[in-house]
Design a protein around this ligand. Sequence first.
Ligand SMILES: Cc1cc2nc3c(=O)[nH]c(=O)nc-3n(C[C@H](O)[C@H](O)[C@H](O)COP(=O)(O)O)c2cc1C
Length: 232
Amino acid sequence: MLVSPALSEPPGTPGLRPLLRALPVFAGETPGFATAAAPAGPVDLFAAWLREAVEAGEPEPHAMTLATVDADGYPSARVLILKDVLPEAAGWQFAVQAGSPKGRDLAHRPYAALTFHWKALARQVRLRGPVTAEDAESAAADFRARGLPAHAAASLGRQSTPLTDPAARERELAAARERLARDPDAVPPEWTLYTLRAERVEFWQGRRDRDHVRLAYDRDGAAGWKRGRLWP
Ligand SMILES: Cc1cc2nc3c(=O)[nH]c(=O)nc-3n(C[C@H](O)[C@H](O)[C@H](O)COP(=O)(O)O)c2cc1C
């Protein structure tokens, strides 16, 4: 027997649908985006948008979602911190433990996507491209620039493996802190700085009237970029 959808209970989590429907989107500022005046390459525009996100008070504007796929093509995504952007290579840099799931994904398939979302300005930047590991010296410089609590935790490795004995981990953490106090320059061998060399970078400016403005840069030859608008 057919049941009218209006008479049946909605299938979702009780109360969640009206809550979701009532939430605003693009509630912050929605600046204009003069795509015709955009710079020739994406790094300058990215740097300008990142600075504007900082000025607009965006919390953690340097946080981005890194998407990878494993050897079987199964995707994963997680949030990481951006470390730098190399203007010559158009390379976005991040650092992780090589033995973590994302490190293993990148070892099998050295391609990734990054997404930034700056809510205060209704902006998104999406990029993708091949990823390479930088040398040990660059990884060490990145590691040493982090604070001691991060050092101690990262030096334990085993990220994302099951934590079956939290007390044992606390003891290991205390021992790691003592080791680092004696040798503050020690760098865990797993610590790796990666560079994603962007092949495509898309800038997305949201608008309340939903007439969003999108501009994509595609690598064109060794040094140049093609850029063009995308349908919203
Ligand atoms: C704001 C924020 C920043 C993060 N920054 C990093 C980072 O720079 N490096 C990192 O390895 N994990 C970072 N994480 C944790 C990752 O999202 C993730 O949980 C962890 O790296 C394990 O990922 P994996 O199991 O896919 O390897 C961050 C999480 C958040 C919410």
